[in-house]
Design a protein around this ligand. Structure first.
Ligand SMILES: [Zn+2]
Length: 444
């Protein structure tokens, strides 16, 4: 549909403020908010949040910036045991509507994956640089560009004559790349909205689904013994090579993957098939000794249809365990000395939003109306939208500039060297978000 006059005015204003958008994205990139391992000290998270808070407050928002306490967050979904938030505040800024409209949440994470190896970038990952129409820097597409775009969109709306009927919320959180604990903290604070848009780099597609994941360590037992002398059979006390036995476990994982790939009901319109794969292996104590055990870290990616009644991965864990135990029991040693499973506490849940949810059509149309027609798609990995959808009942799609693939196996510029985002995309993203907010929240 054509843009209305007020929509056209906002779209033009965002185009006019293109340099400001590049500037804001560059400022966000300059803050080092590298995703953490649990014990890492904070970096520039508080400074970045305060930077956004000042801008949003100046535009008239009611801004809440807070540091969740470890005690209050302990045991909550997506929060690894013992995780603290010192120096890692969350931000929720609310632009109050005139009343009578729907409330829209715009959300983004402020952490970015490690920029290492930094010496292989063409330019410093923390000093944003525009080359050939794209802005280069760590987090440019995943997802400081999206954060800047949604911030400027909300700001321009607030500063214009347009009066939204419903509230518009801008929320930014830490800890998406590592655990999901940041969006969980925003839910714990009591966020409410009718729909959410996470401005991940969807390449202008509208994500309506993501896979869940479970990680764990499978310990494959062996029996140590001298590697250079003849070993009797294990029944007679001989050594058993845990690395060789681990190959039996890996074969079982591959067999399960293959079973899943053809199992009825495991097709999904927007997601790849479920998967199970080893991602780390550790074994052996000495070069001349049979390895006594082999620890295989494994990743399990699963579909919404495989989730348990609460929406999480307990059923998938059980299936993986039962499958591997059954398959490996054909090996006599493993039948009597079965592999042991130790699942991490930090699985994430899959999600999907019905195609006919109002926010889905509103976002697709707004994208098309500013010249970026996308399609419905999903993310094979995970994003904070699942948290808001499941834990707060806020159906939360994703929409943003170029970055992630638009088809299975397609090119991705997220999490890579020389990460970048086209400047035009930042502007189009901000425009589409503003138009979508005007239509979804209604105007007074
Ligand atoms: Zn992201």
């Amino acid at each position: 549909m054509p843009l209305s006059d007020p929509e056209r005015h906002i779209v033009d204003e965002l185009e006019r403020r293109r340099d400001e958008l590049v500037q804001l994205t560059s400022e966000l990139i300059a803050f080092d908010t590298t995703a953490r391992n649990p014990d890492d000290p904070p970096r520039d998270e508080a400074a970045l949040q305060e930077h956004l808070a000042r801008r949003l407050r100046d535009a008239g928002a009611d801004v809440d910036v807070w540091e969740p306490s470890a005690e209050e967050m302990a045991g909550r979904p997506l929060v690894p045991p013992g995780l603290g938030f010192e120096g890692r505040p969350q931000l929720v800024a609310r632009f109050e509507g005139a009343g009578g409209g729907k409330c829209l949440l715009l959300n983004g994470h402020i952490d970015a994956v490690s920029a290492e190896p930094i010496d292989r970038w063409s330019s410093d990952p923390f000093t944003a640089e525009v080359r050939d129409g794209s802005l280069y820097g760590r987090g440019s597409c995943d997802m400081k560009g999206g954060v800047a775009a949604m911030t400027l969109a909300a700001q321009v709306l607030a500063e214009s004559d347009v009066e939204l009927a419903g509230d518009l919320i801008v929320a930014t959180n830490t800890d998406e790349e590592s655990s999901g604990a940041g969006s969980s903290a925003i839910v714990a604070r009591g966020i409410e909205a009718d729909a959410g848009i996470v401005t991940e780099a969807t390449s202008f597609d509208v994500w309506v689904a993501c896979r869940g994941s479970e990680y764990g360590v499978v310990t494959v037992p062996g029996r140590p013994g001298h590697a250079e002398v003849f070993q009797r059979s294990w029944r007679e006390g001989g050594a058993v090579n845990a690395i060789e036995k681990a190959t039996v476990v890996i074969d079982a994982m591959q067999a399960l993957r293959s079973d899943w790939s053809t199992r009825a009901g495991f097709e999904h319109p927007y997601l790849s098939k479920p998967d199970v794969l080893p991602t780390m292996a550790a074994a052996g104590d000495w070069a001349v000794t049979y390895p006594a055990s082999c620890e295989l870290t494994c990743a399990v990616l699963y579909l919404p249809s495989q989730a348990d009644e609460q929406g999480w991965g307990s059923k998938v864990r059980r299936e993986v365990e039962e499958w591997i135990l059954r398959e490996t029991a054909r090996d006599e040693w493993l039948a009597e000395n079965p592999p042991v499973f130790d699942w991490w506490a930090s699985g994430v849940m899959p999600m999907e939003i019905p195609d006919d949810d109002p926010i889905v059509g509103a976002m697709l149309d707004a994208g098309a109306d500013v010249g970026q027609r996308g399609k419905l798609f999903g993310l094979d990995s995970w994003y904070d939208g699942a948290t808001f959808t499941h834990l707060a009942g806020i159906p939360s799609i994703a929409f943003g500039p170029r970055g992630f693939p638009t088809e299975p196996g397609g090119p991705s510029i997220a999490h890579t060297l020389d990460e970048h985002v086209p400047v035009d995309d930042l502007v189009r993203c901000a425009q589409a978000l503003a138009v979508c907010a005007m239509r979804f929240c209604g105007t007074a």
